[in-house]
Design a protein. Structure first.
Ligand code: ASP
Length: 304
């Protein structure tokens, strides 16, 4: 089954094929959608909050003519509150739908779900673990905006420890040649050692650069992230790290003219709203690319 559980499961050729498929889906969407998945049902099972991921998956399914059943806040409003295990919920829901999109607060939940599901499971984030479909749309954004996915300097800023989108993006970029990552984060939220080891073992050059201006100057892509308040052990720890790196108009003066500024969103103060008007601010375009990329992933789940 074509589950999507970890960004590590995609090799270079599959990633390139997905970019192409998403490009086709962009055109399909612009021409009003298709009927390819008519009669199919997607269940969106969200145990953690979401705006973009859930709605863009639902939109993608509908653009392909399919149907959607969905529960947000499943932690409270599903039988989880009665003590039902994730495994039992998935066994049941896989009898109601042809594909399951799952967001869960525990690392490894996607893999556990895939293990018992009779239909493909697409992970929409597992706690502080991974967010593979976000990383695929991030790759698509880089491809659309910069025109290539190799020979790139990518500056990662903010919460590289708990930011699951960062982990998946590093795994995906590691499949390509000529990748240099600049990490700009407080020591308390630096990239996990296993993610770092994965990248360096595949030839990625990883540098630490605490100085924001220097980190921006040589970037082709800047990937700013939210400090993940909900993952810290205490609110004091969060407060200590939250505003370490803010991108404002002054910071943007260091960014080369050809570079782009990305963010998986939501932002919580780390990009000043005044930056939105800058053409290099790509984060809203990035969020819109979620639909064609998820259309491509849904087709893949159905073997198309
Ligand atoms: N929306 C992304 C996620 O679910 C990023 C974030 O929440 O900061 O991981």
């Amino acid at each position: 089954m074509k589950h999507v559980i970890s960004a590590q499961h995609f090799d270079r050729s599959e990633l390139l094929a997905l970019l192409q498929k998403a490009q086709t889906m962009l055109q399909v969407k612009e021409m009003g959608g298709a009927d390819t998945l008519r009669g199919k049902i997607m269940a969106a099972l969200f145990f953690e909050p979401s705006t973009r991921t859930r709605l863009s998956f639902e939109s993608a399914m509908m653009r392909l003519g399919g149907n959607v059943i969905s529960t947000e806040n499943a932690r409270e409003f599903s039988s989880a509150i009665k003590g039902e295990t994730l495994e039992d919920t998935i066994r049941v829901v896989s009898g109601y739908a042809d594909v399951i999109v799952l967001r869960h607060h525990e690392i490894g939940a996607g893999a556990r779900a895939a293990h018992v599901s009779s239909v493909p499971v697409l992970s929409a984030g597992d706690g502080a673990g991974e967010h593979p479909t976000q990383a695929l749309l991030d790759l698509f954004t880089i491809h659309q905006e910069i025109g290539r996915v190799e020979d790139l300097t990518v500056t990662l800023i903010g919460d590289l420890l708990y930011g699951r989108t960062v982990h998946s993006l590093v795994y995906i970029l590691s499949q390509f040649k000529g990748i240099r990552l600049i990490c700009t984060a407080p020591a308390a939220t630096s990239l996990p050692s296993d993610v770092l080891a994965y990248a360096t073992a595949r030839g990625v050059v990883v540098e630490q650069e605490p100085d924001l201006a220097r980190a921006l100057q040589s970037a082709d892509v800047v990937y700013q992230t939210r400090v993940q308040k909900e993952r810290f052990a205490s609110s004091e720890e969060y407060e200590k790290n939250k505003a370490a790196y803010v991108i404002d108009q002054t910071a943007m003066t260091y960014l080369p003219p050809h570079a782009i500024l990305m963010h998986p969103l939501p932002r919580a103060g780390e990009i000043a709203p005044v930056v939105d008007a800058d053409p290099r601010a790509a984060y809203f375009r990035q969020s819109h690319y979620g639909v064609p990329v998820r259309m491509a992933l849904l087709l893949r789940a159905f073997g198309q």
